[in-house]
Design a protein around this ligand. Structure first.
Ligand code: CTP
Ligand code: MG
Length: 247
């Protein structure tokens, strides 16, 4: 008997301007080897048999995406991004919400600026989220990494001398045993995620990822341990690191 493969849509927020990268173009278009960061990111999903649709949110002034060879791929649909990452994600989710076939579905959200995601990480996240839903009715989860550095809570003091120099001092050391660094993909049931984001926006919740919206709406969220190589290309040195991981 032919087994039906469960498929999922993925949302890629790619409407940022990459201010911390300080490059002439947005960081998702900087090259690693032959391809732009965004092309490496997209390839993980284009090639994956369980990914049916890719909704990508672009900046209104973007004139580079159309020049990429992947831009015409049949899995890809473009929407306009918004002022913040959460607005870009909301626009893309809105498009999926119009397609009845995804009413009960999970959706994945993955930063355009994370080009080093491995197939194993993606497969593990999908499997664990499906299990958590079936066994505990949990609405989804994220890739995350236990913190390895010693973490300091800091505060800034300013000297009273003429130069007004400021120093960052340590308030205390934070117990890192329960601390994790959130990554993407993040995978949640579509409708609960849309509702959580809408409610978070109304309440002024700071939502730097989808999990923060789900947490604020009192949903349980699982964390699936990923690799430290799944970096978000943010500052100039990250490009060299991403290139090393992709090699
Ligand atoms: N993003 C988006 N819409 C925004 C802001 C960010 O779609 N209004 C996307 C970025 O393109 C990126 C992801 O969200 O893929 C994570 O954001 P971040 O790393 O902060 O990227 P930028 O906002 O572009 O960078 P910076 O904060 O340094 O300006
Ligand atoms: Mg940003």
């Amino acid at each position: 008997m032919l087994e039906v493969v469960q498929t999922y849509p993925v949302v890629i927020p790619a409407a940022g301007i990459g201010s911390r990268m300080q490059a002439k173009i947005a960081k998702q278009y900087l090259k690693i080897g032959e391809h732009a960061v965004l092309e490496h990111t997209l390839n993980s999903f284009i090639e994956h048999p369980k990914i049916s649709d890719i909704i990508i949110a672009l900046h209104p002034d973007d004139n580079i995406f159309d020049t990429l060879s992947v831009s015409k791929h049949p899995k890809i649909t473009v929407v306009l991004g918004g002022n913040e990452r959460v607005d870009s994600v909301k626009n893309a989710l809105g498009l999926l919400n119009k397609q009845l076939k995804y009413n009960e579905s999970f959706v994945l959200v993955h930063d355009a600026a994370r080009p080093c995601l491995t197939r194993l990480e993606l497969d593990t996240l999908i499997l664990e989220c499906e299990l958590a839903y079936k066994q505990k009715h949990i609405m989804g989860g994220i890739l995350a990494n236990p913190v390895t550095d010693t973490i300091k809570k800091g505060c800034t003091i300013v000297s009273t001398s003429a130069q007004k120099k400021s120093f960052n001092t340590i308030t205390h050391t934070v117990d890192r045993r329960d601390l994790w660094q959130a990554q993407t993909p993040q995978m949640f049931k579509l409708i609960p995620l849309i509702e959580a984001i809408d409610s978070g926006l109304k309440k002024g919740v700071i939502m730097t990822d989808e999990a923060s919206a789900m947490e604020a709406a009192n949903h349980q969220v699982i964390m699936v341990e990923g690799q430290s190589s799944n970096i978000k290309v943010t500052r100039p040195n990250d490009l060299k690191l991403a290139s090393f991981y992709l090699d």
